[in-house]
Structure formats: C-alpha cells, structure tokens
Design a protein around this ligand. Structure first.
Ligand SMILES: [Zn+2]
Length: 189
C-alpha cells in the first residue's frame, strides 16, 4: 500500500513547497509553484500542510528596532572581542611589572623589617642564644621605652655596647643572656 507515484513536475516542486510555506521562495520559483498549484490538487494539499506547520512555528517578523539592533551585531561583537583582547594584552606586562615590583619590595623590605621590629616580642633567654637574635632583641629593647621610630644604628650600637660590656664573660649564649639582663633589668631572675 504505497502512495501513488507523483508526476515528475510534482516531485520537482516538492522541495519548493516547503520553501514557499516558509516564505523563503525566490520570486521565479514562487511563480512556478503558484502556476503548478493552480492545476494540481495534490500539491495544493501538500502546500497547505506545509503552510499550517510553518504557521505553528513561525515567529512574528522582527520589528524595525530589532532589525537595527541586530544589523551590526557581528561588527559590534568583533569590536568588543578586540577591545577585550587589547585590555588583556595591555594588562599582561602591567601585572608582570606589579609582581616584579612586589617581589623586589619584599626583598628590599625584608631586611629592613628585621632591623626595625615595630613590635618586638619579649626576649627570652632561649631565643637569645644566637648572635642574630641578640641584635634583634637588643634593637627591640632599645625602642621599648620610647615612642620614636626604631633606629637600627642605635640598636646596633646598643647591641655592640652590651657585647663589649659582657666581653670575656664566657660563651656567646652567656653574652646574649648578659645583653638580655642588661636590657631587661626587671625581668632577670
Ligand atoms: Zn503537483
């Protein structure tokens, strides 16, 4: 039970019927389809079916404002992409420079932070057993009693003075303990 074979002209026009229903048919083809439909009930029925189907899915024609907004969309999209690329390209060396500057600042500031402890922790004999700890503790002790900015030079002088005063008293740990005791007379046992 197969459909009866359609004349060659109907088979040739079949693809155009769908295009006609969608409104995308070229004027020449439209005239050809119209001429054929006038004398072919089978193709008219098919064309009506297409028209009905397309009527269900067809969106309203875009308004003039929508056409205007969409007309240069590819250009605007490409321009926006190029601007974004340009911004990224411009930021890349800046970011690299910022990171490099931050790294350099960390290297430069790290020793300064060691020499200028704003809140030096209370020195303990255990922490004062090394030479580095001694100078740090001494600098912290030197600034404990004043509100002035910590002075590395004065701290160094104090530390060396303490070392000189305790000279000959024994090991380096003893030197540190002596410096600590001198800097914290109330804390010593
Ligand atoms: Zn036909």
């Amino acid at each position: 039970m197969t459909a009866p074979a359609r004349p060659p002209e109907c088979r040739a026009l079949a693809p155009l019927l769908a295009e006609q229903a969608s409104g995308a048919l070229a004027p020449d083809d439209a005239r050809r389809v119209e001429a054929h439909l006038a004398g072919c009930a089978a193709c008219r029925a098919e064309a009506d079916a297409y028209a009905e189907a397309f009527a269900l899915v067809r969106l309203p024609a875009p308004a003039e404002a929508e056409r205007a907004a969409l007309s240069d969309l590819p250009d605007r999209t490409l321009a926006a992409l190029r601007r974004a690329d340009a911004r990224r390209a411009a930021w890349r060396p800046v970011a690299a420079g910022v990171f490099a500057a931050a790294a350099a600042a960390a290297i430069i500031l790290a020793p300064a932070a060691l020499l200028h402890p704003r809140h030096a922790p209370p020195a303990t004999p255990a922490a004062a057993t090394s030479g580095g700890a001694t100078s740090n503790d001494a600098s912290g002790a030197a600034t404990t009693g004043s509100d002035s900015e910590p002075d590395a030079e004065a701290a160094w002088d104090d530390a060396t003075a303490e070392d000189d005063s305790a000279d000959g008293s024994g090991t380096e740990g003893d030197l540190a303990l002596a410096a600590f005791d001198a800097a914290h007379p109330g804390d010593s046992e």
